[in-house]
Design a protein around this ligand. Structure first.
Ligand code: ATP
Length: 193
């Protein structure tokens, strides 16, 4: 079994690319969605978060992102503490997902942040979904209620795409010119035959 990581900046088209792989029968694990689920449902993880960040970490039983953001935003030490609690739980969950799909020739882990963290060591190969900045911004602003200034803040907080291009094993270009389906079919063929 080959574990492929799919990553890319905000609005690059990761989810769209993964949905094409899913159509081809490839099991897809969305790390960000699973992390959110685990935070709200994994008892041991919840206990650790409360111990580190206080009772206000959960409000009416739900993860209080306002409280956590107020602690970790702009504070790398606190952010590292948060990640040190959440990442191992997600890695364990991903391991279980791979075991569940052990007969599949290919499984995918989708994560916005992968090349920047130890998440890159939990996969065998990494494909970067790449789209020019202007196109990404246009797509996200159409999809989400977000101002250009706030979006730029998010984008600038992420690793530069040029850096990611150097680190990725494969690049899927989502510029609206080159066919996404063709690129995914080609990569799927390459990785499963
Ligand atoms: P995020 O990190 O913000 O979750 P993402 O990388 O998963 O983003 P998608 O959600 O797949 O990106 O795509 C962002 C938006 O752009 C979506 O609304 C999607 O439908 C649209 N989009 C992506 N690729 C294309 C394309 N080739 N043509 C038209 N629209 C596209």
């Amino acid at each position: 079994m080959l574990r492929l990581g799919i990553t890319g900046g905000i609005g690059s088209g990761k989810t769209l690319v993964c949905s094409i792989f899913q159509q081809l029968g490839v099991p897809v694990y969305n790390a960000d969605t699973r992390a959110k689920w685990l935070i709200n449902n994994h008892t041991e993880l919840k206990t650790k978060l409360i111990k580190q960040f206080g009772e206000a970490t959960f409000k009416d039983g739900l993860y209080n992102t306002v409280h956590i953001s107020s602690i970790v935003f702009g504070n790398p030490t606190q952010l590292a503490l948060l990640n040190a609690i959440i990442h191992p739980a997600v890695f364990e969950d991903w391991k279980q997902f791979c075991e569940l799909h052990q007969t599949a020739p290919l499984v995918i882990k989708e994560a916005a942040i992968m090349l920047e963290t130890d998440s890159k060591y939990t996969v065998d190969k990494i494909a970067l979904v790449y789209a020019p900045l202007a196109i990404r911004m246009q797509r996200v602003m159409q999809r989400d209620q977000i101002s250009e200034a706030d979006l730029l803040k998010k984008i600038n907080a992420q690793m530069a795409e040029e850096e990611k291009l150097k680190l990725a094993d494969y690049v899927i270009v989502n510029d609206g010119e080159q066919s996404l389906v063709e690129q995914v079919l080609k990569l799927h063929q390459q990785l499963t035959h």
